[in-house]
Design a protein around this ligand. Structure first.
Ligand code: ADP
Ligand code: MG
Length: 256
């Protein structure tokens, strides 16, 4: 099986049990929205799937393999977060190219690359440029490739972060409230772009949002989390019309 499999993951910070045995599968081609009140453990779960944080117990499978012990760069995932840190001294094209330049290099090889190789003109870079152009095209950034982040609007910066996420063609996307810094009209437009990117990639996408309508309109299935547990995982229709309990109904705003 491909996609993402999260198997009975637990995590505690000090005295706080943040995740209490979370299991969730996202199939290849499937878009799952993860919702729940602030502090319920959504970002912690995302960081564990990405490999930025280690679980206390449980396993993470991505594609065919167990990646629980792999570092982030060795997992076939791309992450987009709310604070989409772009490199201010690099152009849009160079920012999008970063994951390609860092691929298959170890830590000590990676460091000098950010300044030097990224701007080189080797054959390898020519191939990378094709991927960069394809990603930029998908997000309407072709005319902006030579700009620097300071010369972009917030929405354009977030699209650069999305282009950077798709440039490697990963098997899985992890997005943690990627639109929450955008204004309302831009958010609706970018929603559509994200769903389109997901479809074209055929990826397994796990998408955190605090916006219930976003979850209900974008996702194939919605996972409702509270207090470090999943209360219900079901289609938007089922979550809305047939919530499993009062906590789900209250959070989603279902009619009762
Ligand atoms: P959410 O994304 O759902 O808002 P988080 O996963 O960010 O929730 O946080 C869940 C809980 O874990 C919160 O109580 C938060 O304070 C705590 N937490 C998250 N990261 C850490 C950390 N690195 N150290 C200590 N506590 C943390
Ligand atoms: Mg969070």
């Amino acid at each position: 099986m491909s996609g993402i499999r999260i198997q009975t993951v637990t995590k505690r910070f000090g005295a706080t049990q943040v995740l209490r045995g979370v299991s969730l599968e996202v199939a290849a081609g499937e878009f799952v929205a993860l919702v729940g009140p602030s502090g319920c453990g959504k970002s912690t779960l995302m960081r564990i799937v990405a490999g930025i944080e280690q679980p206390d117990s449980g396993r993470i499978m991505i594609g065919a393999g167990d990646v629980t012990r792999l570092r982030p760069g060795d997992r076939d995932v791309a992450m987009v977060f709310q604070s989409y840190a772009l490199y201010p001294h690099l152009t849009v094209a160079e920012n999008i190219r970063v994951p390609l330049a860092l691929r298959r290099l170890n830590a000590w090889q990676r460091l000098p690359l950010l300044g030097g190789l990224l701007r080189g003109t080797t054959d390898a870079n020519y191939l990378m440029d094709q991927d960069v152009r394809r990603a930029a095209e998908a997000l309407g950034l072709r005319a902006l490739l030579d700009r620097r982040p300071a010369q972009l609007s917030g929405g354009q910066r977030q699209r650069v972060a999305l282009a950077r996420a798709i440039v490697r063609r990963p098997a899985a996307f992890l997005m943690d409230e990627p639109l929450s810094n955008l204004d309302a009209s831009l958010r609706v437009q970018t929603r559509r772009e994200i769903v389109e990117i997901h479809r074209q990639a055929g990826a397994a996408t796990l998408y955190v949002t605090h916006d219930q309508s976003e979850a209900l309109t974008m996702a194939d299935r919605v996972a409702v989390m509270q207090g470090g547990e999943l209360l219900q995982v079901a289609t938007p229709q089922a979550i809305y019309a047939d919530p499993q309990d009062l906590r789900v109904a209250t959070f989603i705003g279902s009619p009762r």
